[in-house]
Design a protein around this ligand. Structure first.
Ligand code: COA
Length: 391
């Protein structure tokens, strides 16, 4: 059977971050709570010029060749930080990156889960159209607000994945298990700039959904944890994925448990310094595992748990492809993280509480400070129309 999966992938996070020790001290919290209890060292912050469109464009720009842009016939933009109720954020990306016009573009929403739905749609599409390519973008800004319980679990960034037949990185298996239950663990009403969350309940719902999909997967396909070389999870903050590993601990022998721990550690290197990027978080963890972890043998199977509050979850499996390390952009990603600037807390608070405001004519000029040369940025609004430019 034809293999379908991730042929290329990359991520982007804005050039500014908040240091978690400084944040803890300002909030009168023991820094170890953030560093170890929650498991975050830095938190990516998106200044005005980096909205979800700009971040996704920058992520995808690193991987797409002119040939890819001719072959892409579908762009799926997964986000829960939408900038328009009607227009898909992907339409701007399609234009900015010069993707051929005979492509369909759509935006998907289901909290942090929707990029996984994008992968499933792409799988079916590529089965029917094996010579095409699908671009999946997962881009979000996680905002709970200053002095809230969720404040240390914010972040900003985008992951771009190019799916095709004969993938270079990870082939996705067709068997998966999904689960949906209408709950209110985390949500953001259309009138609210910030997310509402019942933190403890969201942790329980995440773990409950993991059990539901994992049990279903085992029942349907006769699997056990040791079938997998590694297990990766949605990582809203790095402690959450550790709780997920612990949840499966009584099904592991010592060797499996040690292996999973080791790979989990390599799978959170990026998440630890980027923070929560909602739809992209599982895929940032996958990228971190692929780039920062020891090389694993071709054919190794990786279990992946995707979770989106509200709530939908899916357990699915990827198969490592020979030579996958050569298809990655490890150095580029490390350089991007090294070159970031630490935001003073006042500046971070200003950015967080100051959504772009438009004048009576529907115009807004945006500041371009805290931007990197060469990046695509959100440049402003003209008669209610957003516009972007490349610096
Ligand atoms: N040193 C080390 N660890 C410490 C500590 C210290 N000084 N103080 C507290 N901790 C630990 C706690 O023991 C706890 O560990 P545990 O989860 O393993 O029990 C952890 O830090 C968090 O402490 P807690 O008091 O539970 O934190 P909180 O009430 O501030 O809430 C979240 C944490 C994650 C629930 C909150 O930030 C939140 O709501 N985030 C957004 C929701 C979210 O991301 N949900 C995920 C599912 S999608």
């Amino acid at each position: 059977m034809m293999k379908i999966g991730i042929d290329k992938m990359s991520f982007f996070t804005p050039p500014t971050y908040v240091d978690m020790v400084e944040l803890a001290e300002a909030r009168g919290v023991d820094p170890n709570k953030y560093l170890y209890g929650i498991g975050q060292g830095k938190m990516g912050i998106a200044a005005e010029a980096y909205d979800i469109v700009a971040m996704a464009t920058n992520a995808a720009n690193k991987i797409l060749t002119a040939e890819d842009k001719e072959q892409i016939d579908m762009v799926i933009f997964a986000t829960e930080s939408g900038v328009d109720h009607s227009k898909s954020a992907g339409t701007w990306v399609h234009d900015l990156l010069d993707i051929q016009p005979y492509a369909r573009v759509v935006e998907f929403k289901q909290a942090c889960y929707s990029a996984t739905a994008g992968i499933q749609l792409a799988m079916g599409h590529l089965t029917m159209h094996p010579d095409s390519k699908v671009l999946i973008l997962a881009s979000d800004i996680a905002k709970y607000g200053v002095n809230t319980g969720g404040e240390p679990t914010q972040g900003a960034g985008a992951v771009a994945m190019l799916l095709s037949g004969d993938p270079s990185i990870l082939a996705i298996e067709t068997n998966s298990a999904t689960y949906t239950k209408d709950i209110d663990d985390f949500w953001r009403p259309t009138y609210s700039e910030f997310a509402y969350v019942d933190g403890k309940y969201s942790n329980e719902a995440y773990l409950g959904t993991l059990n539901s999909v994992w049990d279903r997967y085992k029942d349907q396909f006769g699997a056990q944890v040791s079938d997998f070389e590694a297990m990766l999870f949605h990582v809203p903050y790095t402690k959450m994925g550790r709780k997920a590993l612990l949840e499966l601990a009584d099904e592991m022998d010592e060797t499996t448990s040690e292996r999973f721990e080791k790979y989990y550690d390599s799978g959170i290197v990026y998440n630890y310094v980027v923070g929560n990027i909602y739809t992209g978080s599982l895929y940032l963890s996958l990228l971190s595992f692929l780039e920062q972890g020891d090389e694993v043998a071709a054919g190794s199977r990786i279990g992946l748990f995707s979770y989106g509050s509200g709530a939908v979850g899916e357990f699915f499996v990827g198969e490592i492809q020979a030579g996958y390390k050569d298809a990655l952009l490890k150095e580029d990603h490390e350089k991007m993280l090294e070159n970031r600037i630490k935001f003073a807390l006042e500046e971070y608070e200003r950015v967080l509480s100051n959504p772009v405001s438009i004048d009576e004519e529907g115009n807004a000029a945006l500041e371009t400070k805290h931007t990197n040369a060469g990046d695509f940025i959100f440049a402003g609004i003209n008669e209610h129309k957003r516009f972007y430019k490349k610096l």
